[in-house]
Design a protein around this ligand. Structure first.
Ligand code: BTN
Length: 317
């Protein structure tokens, strides 16, 4: 019931208690309980003796009902699991393999946030956005493109929300001023026809300098102002869904979009995969999103996607 009270408070500037109780068919006592619950969750609600209740502010929390409020997606966010703190949202997503496509696991903080290549992902509580999406695409050969898809979608959401263009270092590191503002980790498994992808992303949003590694940057640090994490998260989900729908029809289009943010192609790179080291000029992506490197002897090496099925991989320049 408190969610209904919240919805009405969000819709109107002031709303008299009589209107709330009548519209929701509840007693004044029940209304008081709802308001108390909302205040305990961190909502600031003012009461004016003439005009009624007024929602002053919502808490800086990624509550599922806040994310779903006016969210325009059909698939992503159909179900959202919210946690204050978890070891890793990726692990929770794997436990929920039975859930439908588009289920989201989001946490305010992670004690063992996982990055690529076995690295840690620092997940300062209430400062970033840390989430994992459950995806169940149909055709397996396109999986490697999903990590490009998620990084492109986050890049587009940043452009849309703040008018700034991030760079994407292959395959999916999001860079601002040459520092990492976000990263994507794709894990999954396939058994027979059953395919399960967990697409995770961590984005530094309101972190202060001391809450970031030296190679990291937050949107707040770059823009010089605090960001509304809920609004921005919605934009990420909307752009991801748009791209996902497009991808299901024309998977190669994501490659074109990725190139618009690329900061890898055209540069010299050293790619390390297991005990193999490949050095040369990164010059193209193939249709699966794999990186093509032209070595100094003219030979071309293909670097396959590192995240899928947790292969060990490193790339840097
Ligand atoms: C990277 O750049 O190395 C990838 C970082 C991915 C971090 C996110 S945070 C949410 C999800 N849960 C995890 O444990 N990792 C991913």
């Amino acid at each position: 019931m408190w969610r209904e009270v919240l919805r009405l408070l969000k819709e109107k500037k002031y709303i008299p208690p009589q209107r709330l109780t009548a519209q929701l068919n509840i007693s004044f006592n029940q209304l008081e309980e709802c308001l108390l619950k909302l205040k305990n969750l961190g909502y600031q609600i003012e009461e004016d003796s003439y005009l009624g209740y007024y929602l002053i502010s919502s808490p800086d929390r990624l509550f599922p009902w806040e994310i779903k409020y006016n969210l325009s997606t059909q698939i992503l966010g159909r179900k959202i699991y919210y946690f204050e703190n978890v070891e890793s949202t990726q692990d929770i997503a794997f436990e929920k393999f039975y859930e439908g496509e588009g289920t989201i696991i989001v946490a305010e903080g992670q004690s063992k946030g996982r990055g690529r290549e076995g690295r840690r992902w620092l997940s300062f509580p209430y400062k970033g956005i840390y989430f994992s999406l459950i995806l169940k695409p149909e055709v397996s050969y396109k999986f490697s493109l999903i990590s490009l898809l998620l990084s492109v979608s986050i890049a587009e959401a940043i452009d849309d929300a703040f008018g700034i263009k991030v760079g994407i270092k292959w395959p999916n590191d999001l860079l601002l001023a040459d520092k990492k503002v976000g990263g994507v980790l794709i894990e999954g498994y396939k058994r027979g026809e059953f395919i399960f992808i967990v697409a995770g992303a961590g984005i530094n949003i309101n972190n202060e300098r001391k809450e970031l590694p030296s190679c990291g940057i937050s949107l707040k640090e770059f823009l010089g102002r605090k960001i509304n994490r809920v609004d921005f998260f919605k934009k990420i989900l909307e752009s991801t869904e748009r791209n996902y729908v497009l991808f299901k029809k024309e998977s190669f289009l994501i490659l074109e979009k990725w190139k618009g943010f690329n900061v890898t192609l055209g540069r010299r790179v050293v790619a390390i995969s297991g005990n193999q080291k490949v050095e040369g000029k990164a010059f193209a992506l193939d249709k699966c999103g794999y990186l093509l490197i032209k070595k100094d002897d003219g030979k071309i090496e293909k670097i396959s996607h590192p995240q899928i099925f947790q292969q060990n991989f490193k790339i840097f320049w």
